[in-house]
Design a binder for this molecule. Structure first.
Ligand code: FES
Ligand code: FE2
Length: 334
């Protein structure tokens, strides 16, 4: 992004997929943080994320297959076990367990697969939170998964959207700015609550049949993944949003939404819940068109109302970017 001052990828947990989409003995090839990787699940159900290229002669493992609990290279059939160690060299007497694949730290939670990334190579030093609403079959309808693809967006652009109270009027057509009513910085989490009036100065719609309604949002966010709990009249929707860097300019955009079950419509979400979830997805597309064409103004001339939260966010966010140890910006190939 033109003008973006941080020269490393941010540190944290990032989504790489959904658990249900990675069946045992399947794999998918991805690019994250400038590197080619392969995500796979063993026959026994364990998910792993490894660097894509085989340490033997560099073939891409994503063209191979999962054999039992091992991943097999397509070129000469070498296999690597769940610890990343070479466990089979065909036609040789024994494997070479010291030859290893680089494994990334991943975690599956609430039906989502997350990877840890830190440009300094530090082990995970915090955990992403449990969001039980996303996979609570009793209290919530089944979660909806929405993958918006690889976009020319950086994770920070998505996460500074909530603190940007004024854009709601112009990008999302709300009659009034959002109002942030509480704000707490607790690294790595930013917690805030906001109120957003729907239907201000407008005729009633399916969403606001009785006139304007104030939606309450409670958010807990980091730089790569965040959750918003919406409460809107009788509707409650939980949304996990995630942006995972592909390279220095692009990210994968994920959203997972789950509505709270309405006792009068226990088997399928009522129309207003479905409508609100769809509305969320359509609204974020409006943000995307701004973000994909935006340049970064490092020291914006913030207006007085923006100084309350947006400016604070910009001060706070630098903690996610460990600049110190990198000689070559974005070069993580070593
Ligand atoms: S390149 Fe992978 S087994 Fe030879
Ligand atoms: Fe927005």
């Amino acid at each position: 992004m033109e003008g973006f001052p941080f020269r490393t990828y941010p540190t944290g947990w990032f989504q790489v997929g959904w658990s249900a989409q990675l069946a045992p003995e399947t794999m998918s090839s991805l690019k994250i943080f400038g590197r080619d990787v392969v995500l796979y699940r063993s026959r026994s159900g364990v998910a792993r994320l490894v660097d894509a290229h085989c340490p033997h002669l560099g073939a891409h493992l994503g063209f191979g297959k999962v054999v039992g609990d091992c991943i097999q290279c397509p070129f000469h059939g070498w296999e690597f076990d769940l610890g990343g160690r070479n466990s089979l060299v065909p036609f040789a007497d024994r494997p070479m367990p010291k030859i290893k694949l680089r494994q990334w730290d991943i975690e599956e939670k609430n039906g989502v697969i997350f990877v840890w990334h830190d440009a300094l190579g530090r082990e995970p030093f915090w955990s992403w939170i449990d969001v039980p609403e996303l996979d609570d079959a009793v209290e919530s309808y089944p979660a909806e998964q929405h993958y918006a693809g690889i976009r020319k967006i950086l994770p920070q652009q998505m996460f500074e959207n909530g603190p940007d109270e004024l854009h709601f009027c112009y990008v999302h057509g709300s009659g009034e700015p959002a109002q942030i009513v509480s704000w707490k910085e607790e690294f790595p989490f930013l917690h805030y609550q906001a109120e957003l009036k729907f239907g201000a100065d407008k005729a009633p719609t399916w969403l606001t049949p009785n006139g304007p309604v104030v939606a309450r949002l409670t958010s807990q966010a980091t730089i790569g993944v965040g959750v918003v709990w919406f409460s809107f009249d009788d509707i409650k929707v939980t949304q996990l949003v995630a942006m995972t860097p592909v390279d220095a300019e692009h990210s994968m955009a994920f959203s997972t939404t789950a509505g709270k079950r309405d006792p009068s419509s226990p088997d399928k979400p009522n129309e207003r819940t479905v409508g609100l979830m769809r509305y969320q997805h359509s609204q974020i597309e409006r943000d995307f068109s701004i973000w994909e064409n935006q340049i970064y103004i490092e020291r914006p001339p913030f207006s007085a109302p923006e100084k309350r939260h947006f400016a604070k966010f910009r001060n706070w966010v630098s903690e996610y970017y460990p600049e110190e140890a990198l000689e070559n910006p974005y070069d993580e190939t070593g």
